[in-house]
Design a binder for this molecule. Structure first.
Ligand code: CAA
Length: 380
C-alpha cells in the first residue's frame, strides 16, 4: 500500500514546493556556475521554518516529524541540490545531535540561533586518514583544566565556509584505542585556534561550501562536550542514521526535478514528424525513471517513518541512501539522454542535476558503506 501522507505533510510539501520554485529555482543555475553559496537564501529558509525542522518548538523550531523533514529536503533538491544539502547538513548533522544528545544548557545556548538562521550548523567527522573508516579519527581533544584542547584536521565539511556552530568528533580518551576513545564537541566558529580553510571546487552541488577545518591548540570549554566522553562514535553513527535518510531524500528530489524536465522536453521536442514522447524508446525510459522514483521515495518515507516512531532505522536509512543515490544517478543520466545534445549543455538544468546527483552516492557514507551496514544486519 502506498505511504499515506498526513494533511500536515501534504501542506509542508506544497509550501516548500511553492517557496523553492519562487525563491530558489531562479538562482540555482547561477550559484552552480559561480560556485557561490546562496547566503541570501538563509533568512528566507529560516522564515519558512526550514532551518528549525528538527528543533522542538520550545527552542524556536517547528518540531516537524522525520517524514516532513524528508519531504522538505526533497522539494528543495527538486530545484537545487545545493539548497537541499545546506538544510540537510545543518539540520541532520549539527542540529539533530544537539537536540538528542545536548544537555539543557547546550540546547538553550545553541538551538534558538540554529532555528533562526543566525547560526548555520556543520558536522566535522571526516579526516584525510579517516573517511569510510571513521573509527580511525585522529583529531585529538586533550583535557586541560576546564577545557579540551583540539588538534587535527577535518575535510569535506558541508557548510564549512559560513557555519557558526560545528559538531566535531575527536579523540579525547587518548589511551583508549578505537571508537570508545572518541567524543563529540560543539565548537564555535570564532574559537581561537580553529580555522576554516579554502573551499573545494567540486563537480556538483557547487553552491554548497565544502571546506577543510584545522584545529591548532583550539581550546573548547568542557561544557561543550556533547553527551559523555567516549560516546562520540555512537553519536556520529546515530546522527548519520538520520542524515542518510536526508541524503536519500535529496537524491529523490534531484531525480524528480530531472524527471519532470525530461517529460516536458519529450513532449515539446519534435523529431521524425512527432514529439519524441510518442516514441517507444523514450516512453520506456520515462517508465523506468518513474518506477525508480516511486521505489526510492517509498524507501525514504519508510526510513523516515521509523525514525519518527523512534524505532531502529540504521538499516532502513542505509537502504534508502544506497538505492536513492544510485537511482538519482540513473534517472538524471536518462534525463540527459532524452534531451540528447542539448542535455549535455548548460542551457538545460539536467546536466547540473546529473552532477549534483553523483555526490549522493558518496557523502554521509558511500554506497559501499551502505551495503556493509545493510549486510551486517543479516549476517551478524
Ligand atoms: N548507532 C549506534 N551505535 C552504532 C551504530 C549506529 N548506527 N553503528 C555502529 N555503532 C556502534 C557499534 O554498536 C559498536 O559499539 P559496541 O562496540 O559497543 O558494540 C561501535 O559503534 C563500533 O561499530 P562498528 O564495529 O560497526 O564500527 P566500524 O569501525 O566497523 O565502522 C562503519 C562502521 C559503518 C564503517 C562506520 O565507520 C561508517 O559509517 N563509516 C562511514 C562514515 C561516513 O558515513 N562518513 C560521512 C561523514 S559526514 C559527511 O559526509 C559530510 C557532510 O557534511 C555531508
Amino acid at each position: 500500500m502506498p505511504f499515506q501522507l498526513t494533511d500536515e505533510q501534504l501542506l509542508t510539501r506544497d509550501a516548500v514546493r511553492q517557496f523553492a520554485e519562487a525563491e530558489i529555482a531562479p538562482i540555482a543555475a547561477e550559484i552552480d556556475r559561480d560556485h557561490r553559496p546562496p547566503l541570501e537564501s538563509i533568512p528566507k529558509l529560516a522564515e519558512l521554518g526550514l532551518l528549525g525542522l528538527v528543533i522542538p518548538e520550545e527552542y524556536g523550531g517547528t518540531g516537524a516529524d522525520s517524514v516532513s523533514f524528508a519531504i522538505a529536503i526533497e522539494e528543495l533538491s527538486r530545484v537545487c541540490g545545493t539548497h537541499g544539502v545546506l538544510v540537510e547538513a545543518h539540520s541532520s548533522l549539527c542540529t539533530w545531535p544537539i537536540v538528542h544528545h545536548g544537555n539543557a544548557e547546550q540546547k538553550q545556548k545553541y538551538l534558538p540561533a540554529l532555528a533562526s538562521g543566525e547560526a548555520i550548523g556543520a558536522f566535522g567527522l571526516t579526516e584525510p586518514g579517516a573517511g569510510s573508516d571513521a573509527a580511525h579519527t585522529a583529531t585529538t581533544a586533550q583535557r586541560d583544566g576546564d577545557d579540551f584542547v583540539l588538534n587535527g584536521q577535518k575535510i569535506f565539511i558541508t557548510n564549512g565556509g559560513f557555519a557558526k556552530t560545528f559538531v566535531v568528533i575527536a579523540r579525547s580518551l587518548l589511551d583508549v584505542p578505537g571508537v570508545k576513545g572518541l567524543s563529540a564537541f560543539i565548537v564555535e566558529r570564532d574559537t581561537p585556534g580553529f580555522q576554516v580553510l579554502e573551499p573545494e571546487r567540486k563537480m556538483g552541488i557547487r553552491g554548497s561550501s565544502t571546506t577543510p577545518l584545522a584545529f591548532s591548540d583550539c581550546r573548547v570549554p568542557a561544557a561543550n562536550l556533547l553527551g559523555r566522553e567516549g560516546e562520540g562514535f555512537k553519536i556520529a553513527m546515530q546522527t548519520l542514521d538520520g542524515g542518510r535518510t536526508g541524503i536519500a531524500a535529496q537524491a529523490v528530489g534531484i531525480a524528480q526535478g530531472a524527471f519532470e524536465a525530461a517529460c516536458a522536453y519529450a513532449k515539446e521536442r519534435v523529431q521524425f514528424g512527432q514529439p519524441i514522447a510518442a516514441l517507444q524508446a523514450i516512453q520506456w525510459m520515462i517508465a523506468d525513471m518513474a518506477v525508480d522514483l516511486e521505489a526510492g521515495r517509498a524507501l525514504v518515507y519508510q526510513a523516515a517513518d521509523l525514525e519518527s516512531r523512534q524505532e531502529p532505522h540504521s538499516q532502513a536509512s542505509a537502504m534508502a541512501k544506497l538505492f536513492c543515490g544510485e537511482m538519482a544517478t540513473r534517472v538524471t543520466g536518462k534525463a540527459i539522454q532524452i534531451h540528447g545534445g542539448v542535455g549535455y549543455t548548460e542551457a538545460y538544468p539536467v546536466e547540473r542535476m546529473y552532477r549534483d546527483a553523483k555526490i549522493t552516492e558518496i557523502y554521509e557514507g558511500t554506497s559501499e558503506i551502505q551495503r556493509l551496514v545493510i549486510a551486517r544486519q543479516y549476517l551478524r
